[in-house]
Design a protein around this ligand. Sequence first.
Ligand code: C2O
Ligand code: CU
Ligand code: CU
Length: 524
Amino acid sequence: MDVSRRTALKVGVFGGAALLLPLERTVGASTALPPRMPSSSLPVPFTIPFARPPVLYPVRTDSTTDFYRVVMAPLRTEVIPGFQTNFFAYNQSVPGPTIRVKRGRQTVVRMINQLPAKHPVLNYTPWTSVHLHGSPSAPQFDGYASDVTNPGQFKDYYYPNTQPGRTIWYHDHGVSHTAENVYMGLAAQYHVVDPMEDSLGLPRGEFEVPLTISDAMFTTDGSLLVDNHDGSGIYGDVILVNGRPWPAMKVKRRKYRFRVLNGSVSRSYNLFLDSGDQFKVIATDGGLMPRPMSVSSMRQGMAERYDIVIDFSKYPAGRRVVLGNRSPKNNIGYPNVDKIMAFDVIGDGFDPSNNSVPDVLNPDDPVMALKVADAVQTRTFDFGRSHGQFTINGHTWEDVVKSGFTRIEANPRHGDTELWVINNLSGGWFHPVHIHLVDFKIVDRNGKPPFAYENGPKDVVYVGENESVRLLMKFEGRGKYMMHCHNTVHEDHDMMAQFQVFDDTTPSIDPLSDPCTTLPDGQL
Ligand code: C2O
Ligand code: CU
Ligand code: CU
């Protein structure tokens, strides 16, 4: 059925949970927290083998579209050797399965909420809203926070996949509980594979590897410990890569492309190789950079994606290279959070094709061609804190909810280019700021050029302590979209706003116009 007809049919049944005010917030009850698992019970770094998340295959395809089915349900599994941990998982995998789609093919993903009626420890209702982060989805399929799907319901999401190839991800965005739901495991990579990249000779297949980095803390019985530090952040003492603590990966003596996603709730990283060698950054959130950038370290905030190429050919077999973390400030430190994973070089033979990084990757990216002089409007967004809440221009998402979803922070016109200034006027927090719908170019930070690795299309920008960042973006699409801090604890408490892209002739679709559907008799 086509999207507009389907939407029209469902408008009549809308109502209920999405309109409730978010009263069920999780409070930071620091005094009642269970004891943390002692470091002596945690695995020694680099003793657990690396693994890639499973790849999800469509349940059906036709000439234009791939159809997928994803069930969100509890998962009990071993992450810390000798302990069982309860997660919320997409298709029984944490992180969830990787979806890979060719640019230009549509996808429809049925997201089925089979989570329990209440979170087993925190007691909130795990309603969900799935956001495909890095996709110019229509408003009703963008994971609008208040467009929630309750346990026992499902929603079909339509994704156009028209954007240039890139590493993106799907994760939960349910209003007020995004942080807990993501921390529980509801996050996964999604790759838009672009035939334009095929001729470049970049590492692929076995040598193209997703790395989703996250952090977690466990109680003495192996449960996830959730301490949101009075609404400011959830930090773990265990670093997970694709769900495994400090794994070790065997690598052959050649180049690898890693699709690195910071999937943490609140922790940022500054990644480097302990060999002191540089690596090449080839793609940012929005896909290939105009040219690769060699760096010896890289600051990566939550939700940022960087595709990097590491060349292991110069190391002898038997050498171990560690991917380390020099923590940016305002993260909570623990003994081994300075380590991410290890690469163990092996002497096995390998396929020598697709083993290069050309000097020019995507020179004509339209986002990177934007100029300050193109901007018809300049807008300022102050990310701050007042009365224990995190705010954007003094407001919270609760103000948007209370307005009946009419409150908007900006109203750019379809087709216009605008300059957005994002200010973090505090020394106490950093805010990785995400703007839905668009890709942007970072013009400068505190008047200086962005870091070398930021010279590509972006949809999240690290706005560090006392930083002011200027962004250029062109608005395509129509309708209301969110922008927020991607410390999802800040987002939930309540640093999120919306903007509305308007068009003089075409009305925009309400993000709440395609509510979820109840499962017949609780069945799929
Ligand atoms: Cu990755 Cu609005 O989020
Ligand atoms: Cu997004
Ligand atoms: Cu923040």
